[in-house]
Design a protein around this ligand. Structure first.
Ligand code: HEM
Length: 350
């Protein structure tokens, strides 16, 4: 089997990020332009990033359900579907998105330059649905003032939580990502006492120490987003949320971005937050935070992303599965004991 190179899904948080979501125009030439970019992403990343490797420039490219269909691949990732809107105590909209670019670096200049190069190559083949420039706010706090990202999986749990494995062998080394852009009503939030805010999150604000389970409110964010499988094992996702905003326009937000080996676990957390668990016991973050976007993407391995540059060969009848295997077989994507995912035949794009 051919070794597979994964995208930089599990890289640590950086000081800056740009999130761009585009849709691809319906004509064939636009699709060709997009294929060209997929084939060139590795080269673009090297060209911009090598100028200072210490800036840790990375870009994760995700593909939406409709675009996947247009790419004409013989197989489809098992969990890929359009983001499902939720109508609960609060609503989560589903908004268009064919491609997500999640660009991260220590410096805004590196994010900005890569985004510029990507958009220049795409030209008028796409329509921009959203561009959000995120920044690190003090000690990894969101604009509600709480440290965000503390309970992300680490070590061996990280790869197991975010990377597709043997359950979908043609797409091993890939991932799924859900994004939502939230706008906060900080006037309403700041009117709460710190103790009430802490009950909403389930952690102490200044120290970031978690409340003991016995003292957590049933609606606490970390109660509703802690989920288990039938055997009682915790199902985790990797969050790379970033604050964004324009103070002069009174815009303050959190860009939620959650990676997982299957979208179902993130969707269950969303149901718990918006509908409630049990229904009605919803997440009070949503009383002051409104999602204005919602999209779901499949993140192919870097190897598969580059292979998507070429339209699939028309396969003789009965051999479709073999063709997919040529594109995407990984020999081993299980996380190594140190959780680094950088040893053996797995290679990570940087
Ligand atoms: C306005 C949007 C959001 C904000 C401001 C926010 C903020 C936070 C904060 C401050 C924490 C506690 C520290 C930490 O462990 O990271 C947290 C935890 C967490 N959040 Fe969110 N979050 C948001 C949306 C979401 C969404 C949409 C999901 C999932 C669909 C989610 C899933 C989680 C999970 C899984 C945890 C860890 C829970 C635990 O195991 O303790 N969050 N979030």
């Amino acid at each position: 089997m051919t070794p597979v190179q994964i995208q930089s899904v599990e890289n640590p948080l950086t000081r800056a990020a740009i999130f761009i979501v585009v849709t691809v125009k319906p004509d064939a030439a636009s699709l060709e332009t997009v294929r060209g970019l997929f084939g060139n992403m590795g080269s673009l990343l090297r060209g911009v990033g090598f100028r200072n490797p210490d800036d840790s420039l990375t870009c994760v490219t995700g593909i939406g359900s409709d675009l996947w269909d247009r790419l004409g691949q013989p197989q489809r990732p098992a969990g890929l579907h359009p983001f499902r809107a939720i109508h609960g105590v609060h609503d989560a909209p589903s908004t268009p998105g064919d491609i997500l670019f999640h660009i991260r670096a220590q410096g805004r200049d590196f994010c900005f330059e890569l985004a510029t190069q990507i958009m220049r190559q795409l030209g008028d083949a796409v329509e921009v649905q959203d561009e959000t420039q995120g920044f690190k706010f003090f000690d990894n706090r969101d604009l509600l003032g709480f440290v965000d990202g503390t309970e992300n999986p680490q070590g061996i749990a990280l790869g197991a939580s975010v990377l597709i494995g043997d359950e979908d062998p043609a797409f091993r080394g890939g991932s799924y990502v859900i994004t939502q852009k939230y706008i906060h009503d900080l006037t309403k939030w700041d009117a709460l006492t710190v103790e009430d805010q802490e009950r909403v999150i389930g952690r102490h604000k200044l120290s970031d120490i978690e409340y003991p389970d016995s003292e957590k409110a049933p609606y606490a964010h970390n109660v509703l987003t802690s989920i288990n499988d039938a055997e009682g094992n915790q199902l985790q996702i990797l969050r790379d949320n970033m604050p964004f905003g324009r103070p002069a326009a009174a815009e303050f937000g959190t860009y939620f971005i959650g990676y997982a080996c299957e979208p179902a676990r993130t969707e269950r957390m969303l149901d718990n937050m918006f509908i409630g668990d049990p229904p009605g016991n919803y997440d009070r973050i949503l009383d002051v935070s409104t999602p204005v976007t919602g999209s779901l993407f499949f993140v192919p391995s870097m190897t598969l992303l580059e292979a998507l540059a070429d339209p699939p060969e028309p396969a003789p009848a009965g051999t479709a599965d073999d063709t997919a295997d040529d594109h995407a077989q990984a020999d081993d994507t299980a996380a190594p004991a140190d959780g680094s995912l950088r040893i053996g035949s797995l290679k990570q794009e940087t």
